[in-house]
Design a binder for this molecule. Sequence first.
Ligand code: FES
Length: 122
Amino acid sequence: MADFQTVARTGDIPAGEGRAWPVNGRMVAVFFIDGEYTAINDTCPHMGASLATGHVEDGGVICPWHAWRFCVRDGTWLDNPTAKLRNDAYEVRVVGDEIQVLVPDPPSHTPPTDSPEADPAS
Ligand code: FES
C-alpha cells in the first residue's frame, strides 16, 4: 500500500517553479506556487514531455513541447476543462523540512483470461 514518500526538502524548488522525481514507478512533478506545494504526474498526457520543466502562470503549467496547460493543483486540462482528459494529481505534505508526496501503487497486471499469459501451458 502506498505511503507518503520524501522527494525533496523545502528550498529545493524555487518559488514559481517545478521539479520532478521518480515515485512509485512514475515521474512526479512537484510545484512551489504561492507558498504552497502541489504535485501532478510529470508526464504530459499528450506526448510525454516533462511538465516540471514548463512555465507556470495563473496556477497552470504550460507544457514545454506544445503548450497544453494543466492545473498544478488538480491536473485539470485548462485548455478544455470539461474534457475527460486530465492529468493525475497527488497529495503533498511537508513534515519538518521534507516535502512528501502520496502516489498510489501502479495497477497490478492481470492478463485477460483468453491471453496466452493466463495459461502457462499454452
Ligand atoms: S507533449 Fe505536452 S502538449 Fe504535447
